[in-house]
Ligand binder design. Sequence first.
Ligand code: ADP
Ligand code: MG
Length: 728
Amino acid sequence: MKVNREFSVPYGCALRCGLDFDPESSVETVFTSSSSVRPEVLFPLFAPVTSLPGVGPRMATLIGKLGGTNVVDLLWQLPRDLIDRSMAPSIAEAPKGRIATLSLIVDSHMPGHGKRPYRVRCADDSGFVTLIFFHPRKDYLQRSLPEGQKRIVSGVIEEWNGEFQITHPDYILAEEDAEQMPRFEPVYGLTAGLTLKTLGKAIRESISRAPALAEWQDAAYIARQGWPGWQDAVKALHTPQGYKDIEPMAPARCRLAYDELLANQLALGLVRQKMKKLPGREIAGDGRLKSRVQAALPFKMTGSQETALAEIFADMASDARMLRLLQGDVGSGKTVVALFAMLNAVEAGGQAVLMAPTEILARQHFATIKPLAASAGLNIAILTGREKGRARAAVLEDLANGTAPIAVGTHALFQDDVAFQNLMLAVIDEQHRFGVHQRLTLAAKGRAVDTLVMTATPIPRTLLLTSFGDMEASQLTEKPAGRKPVDTRTLPLSRIEDVIAGVDRALKTGAKVYWVCPLVEESEVSDLADAEARYADLKNRFGDTVELVHGRMKGKEKDAAMARFAGGPANVLVATTVIEVGVDVPAATIMVIEHAERFGLAQLHQLRGRIGRGERASSCLLLYAPPLTETARARLSILRESDDGFRIAEEDLKLRGGGEILGTRQSGFPEFRLADLAVHQDLLEAARDDTKLILSRDPELADTRGQALRVLLYLFERDSAVANLRSG
Ligand code: ADP
Ligand code: MG
């Protein structure tokens, strides 16, 4: 069974809430009735690779492994290296183990027999070299290497028993055909079964399909940068004339990277422009509820909580629709900020909802908010999948007639029969768990609902830009007073007995312990087996004080287990990653994570954020299975050194950086084929500015450049972004 991992990739998932504004999602059905049609000029590029000569289904499958099924996907393959055939020494001077191109006279053929290969002896003034062929096609060799004739031969020079030889030369050409051999040949990433020769040929074919397209870039900008036009850039990318040409800063590569980034920014900009056009309401509370809750708070707000609230109130007060991101590291106090934003809506005579991605979190938010809201005399409702029958009907009624001004819940709040009297604000916690469609459904439940998205994930600026475009964001940078740093250590799994003994000692002093079990990607069943085995093991050791929670438990069981841990008799909570986001048990001071090397950096940071919330010093023990890969080692040591979520996020990005595609994909960052954010950051910023300018001058992409930009959007498969235009 494929796992729907609960919170498995918080970092990335938070980023994925970018999808909410991501034009690639199927927003158009909800947003607009216009559909978009790819322009005909791009048809050849969006034909399947099998439309290329020499590419059959088998090869298409192999190309698919490199990413992509269409001709255009071949264009985006980047040369990773070069074969340089420019060295043309004499045989005697030819360096061994390197590629050289020799001018030879064919001397004699020595057909092999049995296991002996076919050999062709050749010569120049300086000596002899033997060309070696296993499983030869004899007639072909006789034709292409006629005795006594001159031939240009290129391949790796080897030495065998004191003789020079080339096994299976790459090129054998008559002198007059010599220019058929490129001086520099691009080398691409390959996959088993796919040779450079066949892939290279397919890519050359794909280049010949690249149409001439009207320039979408600003002519002056292109000229200033010294960049080629699109078609020339594609050609140049694949016909490098030296190592400089395959670097990320090469003009052709920069041009194409910029195209890609502009498509990304423009697509985000269009969706945003559309959102912004939706009417909002001026929501300004009078402070009567806020002041009462403020008085009931057992702490003082941090400076960044105050700032974030000021920003949120300003957005709500404007007549434009709010769409703001609230970023704050774990434990930075987002929930209180959300509550005050909701109170603001209630003061203005409206209702607000807070949606959490899971039952546990919804219940926890509810537990936090309920007593505070009660201090202002407010009745708040909870609605999750578990409210059924009469209980549910009662909640629905309270929401519909306005008796409940605030509702906390899960996606159950999206259901069709949920109606509000006057919904003004939706706060979405860890919104990645909700789809675009759902959010829009919710927006449809009120007139002009303002939206605040909360994420516990510090997102590096660069990624913020690529995922959200120019979205407004408030950041909680300060930690609430009194937080103690967590002592973080790494230990090999072989020391688990020591860890258990340490846990034993800590339990005797009244500590509470999280024990997080490894995650096995392929199988939910075996994750569970791991957690259950550890649970049994620890229960054996510590008795009934051990609890287990995992993603497949029923809601009620989960809550019961959590409650026994949070406030009750249980002191050890064995868990899969369900505890990762948001869970707040201040008495918990120890976090043990098994197979920490299998977790992402941000995820480990999230987990660790569950402790260090109370008075007592906390420790986090990261158990790993040696040997660690270089990256895993680096990850664990960053975690030991730093507790700053933003720094950890930046480091994570660096570690994943250039080319760790798998990591990138899992983490949900937007993927770029041509742009490399580690080096093209400036281009991203330029694309953002360019987008602003374009949309302010020609918001419907209607003029000549606008039309060309539409083609750009299709070229980079932002089709549905175009649907946001009046005449898509
Ligand atoms: P987040 O949702 O950002 O991870 P929470 O909102 O759950 O963080 O807050 C974590 C804990 O800190 C909660 O127990 C909350 O009551 C407390 N808290 C929030 N703001 C402050 C503050 N300004 N000072 C002290 N404690 C705070
Ligand atoms: Mg508003």
